[in-house]
Design a protein. Structure first.
Length: 181
């Protein structure tokens, strides 16, 4: 059946800060309990992805699981999240692909995260989006682009007031800088 004729497909073309420009949900609008389910799964998978990203000596099965968790989290945010959730989800998927040494896919998701940040004026997430772009370019061995995005991330870091947040972002930037040859 063609998607436009399928009663289970809704095409949502709202353009506000709480949605993407075109969301394609292959299911009816979620009820409140379904929304709670999607939100819970999105968070669990996001956190599980981080656990695996931070794991030393991951196995190939860990890598597979990490990739599945990242995409699952991102999918569930598509159902119930806002532009911020989607931008962070895209960034995390990019980060996973960078860890898996898949530069093309890392860059695809990093660009998507940055586009969401710019389009939705998510200035508080620009630093992470720039860091994601730098990481993807570093994995692709495009050191000039990687350095340009690191410089943008460092510029954004100057405006971070919270000391704990600043330390986390600084660590992400430093980690990415180690990838630039």
């Amino acid at each position: 059946m063609e998607p436009q004729n399928d009663p289970h497909v809704s095409i949502d073309s709202r353009q506000d800060s709480n949605s993407t420009s075109a969301n394609f949900h292959f299911m009816p609008k979620a009820s409140t309990s379904e929304q709670e389910f999607h939100r819970k799964i999105a968070k669990q998978c996001f956190n599980g992805t981080w656990d695996l990203l931070e794991k030393k000596n991951r196995t190939p099965e860990d890598d597979r699981q990490m990739l599945l968790l990242a995409h699952t989290s991102r999918y569930h945010w598509e159902v119930v999240g806002n532009a911020s959730n989607l931008a962070v989800g895209e960034w995390q998927v990019s980060r996973v692909y960078a860890d898996l040494k898949e530069p093309g896919l890392s860059l695809l998701f990093a660009k998507s995260s940055l586009d969401l940040c710019v389009k939705n004026k998510l200035s508080d997430l620009l630093l992470s989006a720039y860091e994601g772009m730098a990481r993807a370019y570093a994995i692709a061995h495009d050191n000039q682009q990687a350095r340009e995005y690191i410089a943008k991330a460092r510029k954004e870091l100057e405006s971070v007031k919270n000391k704990e947040d600043k330390a986390i972002f600084e660590d992400q930037i430093k980690s990415t800088e180690t990838l630039i040859v």
